[in-house]
Design a protein around this ligand. Sequence first.
Ligand code: GTP
Ligand code: MG
Length: 136
Amino acid sequence: TEETLVLVKPDGVARGLTGAILARIEAKGYSLVDLRLVEPERGRLEQHYAEHEGKPFYEPLVEFMMSGPSVAIRLAGNRVIEGFRSLAGTTDPTTAAPGTIRGDFGRDWGVKVQQNLVHGSDSPESAARELEIWFG
Ligand code: GTP
Ligand code: MG
């Protein structure tokens, strides 16, 4: 079985969507291994988003991620990395397919950062790296 890091980002927590998002994850059959409310400092976010350093949305993204608490989840299941990203939908919430978390709940607010509610690791290597950052 595989593990991934899921974050309910500050927009999801602030909008009270944590429960709705967890319900979809649980209904799909994935297992919650660990879960915590976190208010990350800049250093942790810079590590987490290292691959995006230098991109125009990087700094606004880091700021946004410090704007309120996130829920970090260690999630387990067969092919859960791919499976959660499928549940989440594509990055842009405006065009994410209906039926996905981003497609159903996300919206492009016209700000610099897409407030797309969730993060999910994109590969086994990313999952290992990110789980270490958020859960140690
Ligand atoms: P995550 O699961 O959050 O990693 O999403 P992703 O893998 O679909 O996207 P990616 O890793 O490419 O980008 C990480 C985050 O940066 C996204 O979730 C968005 O919040 C933001 N982001 C990515 N690309 C863009 C972009 O082109 N413009 C803006 N404004 N934000 C972006
Ligand atoms: Mg990503």
